[in-house]
Write a protein that binds this ligand. Structure first.
Ligand code: SAM
Length: 213
C-alpha cells in the first residue's frame, strides 16, 4: 500500500473512533507526513497508531493521543501556542497547520540533538510557523509569553506554576500529571480563576527539570 493511502486509512480510523472530530484537525493529519519525523528504520510503522522511538530514550507520541490533545485544546486560527517537549517536531507541525495562517507555535526541548533534528524535520516539511528552543520547559518559555494555549507532552509531578503564569486569560492548558502512567488535566484560566478538569488516564515519558521529576 502507498504511504499516502496508509495516512488516509489512519485518519479514517481516528475519525471512526471519535478521536478526530473537526475538519481542521483532519486536514492537518492528512497534510503532515509523519514518516518525515521518525528514524528511517521505522518508516513502515509511520501510520501505526503507536508511539515510536526517536532517540535519547524518547518517543514520538501515538497519533490518537495527538488527535485527542488537539481536539481538547480547542485550537483556533492565529493563536500563540506553547508546547513543552518538542521531540520529533511532529505534534508541533500538526498544531502549526491548524492555527495557520498567522498562528505561531513555540516549542521547547531539553535534548539539544532532538531539538536540532526537529528543526530539520520542520524545514524538510516546509513548516514555517514553529520556533524551536532548547532548554528546561518545566519553567515554560517566558520570553514569548503569554500564550493562548499551552500543552505538555511529558508527565509532570504537579502543574508547574510558571506555566500557569504564562497562560493568557482567557486561556487553556493540557498537561499530563503523574508518573509514566498519568492523568491528563485540562486547565482553563478565566477572569483570574483556574478551573481544573480530569480528562482521563494516559502514558507519557517524564517531564525532567526544575518543576519536573
Ligand atoms: N511531541 C513530541 C513529538 O511529536 O514527537 C513527542 C514528545 S515526547 C513524548 C516528550 C519530550 O519531552 C521528549 O522529547 C523529552 O526530551 C521532552 N522533555 C522532557 N522534559 C522536558 C523539559 N523539562 N523541557 C523540555 N522538554 C522536555
Amino acid at each position: 500500500m502507498k504511504i499516502d493511502e496508509k495516512r488516509k486509512n489512519l485518519v479514517e480510523s481516528l475519525k471512526k473512533q471519535g478521536r478526530i472530530k473537526t475538519k481542521e484537525i483532519e486536514k492537518a493529519f492528512l497534510e503532515i507526513p509523519r514518516e518525515e519525523f521518525i528514524p528511517p528504520i521505522f518508516k513502515q510503522y509511520a501510520y501505526s497508531d503507536t508511539p515510536l522511538e526517536i532517540g535519547q530514550g524518547q518517543t514520538i507520541s501515538a497519533p490518537h493521543m495527538i488527535a485527542i490533545m488537539c481536539e481538547e485544546l480547542d485550537l483556533k486560527k492565529d493563536q500563540k501556542i506553547l508546547e513543552i517537549g518538542t521531540g520529533s517536531g511532529y505534534h508541533a507541525a500538526i498544531v502549526a497547520k491548524i492555527i495557520e495562517p498567522n498562528g505561531q507555535v513555540y516549542t521547547i526541548e531539553r535534548h539539544k540533538n532532538l531539538a536540532e533534528k526537529a528543526k530539520q524535520n520542520l524545514k524538510n516539511t516546509n513548516i514555517k510557523n514553529v520556533t524551536v528552543e532548547i532548554g528546561d520547559g518545566s519553567e515554560g518559555l517566558a520570553k514569548y509569553a503569554p500564550y493562548d494555549r499551552i500543552y505538555v507532552t511529558c508527565a509532570a509531578p504537579s502543574i508547574p506554576q510558571p506555566l500557569i503564569e504564562q497562560l493568557k486569560d482567557p486561556g487553556k492548558m493540557l498537561i499530563p500529571v503523574g508518573g509514566t502512567i498519568c492523568t491528563l488535566y485540562l486547565l482553563e484560566k478565566n477572569n483570574g480563576k483556574i478551573k481544573k478538569e480530569n480528562h482521563g488516564g494516559c502514558a507519557f515519558v517524564p517531564l525532567i527539570g526544575k518543576y519536573g521529576h
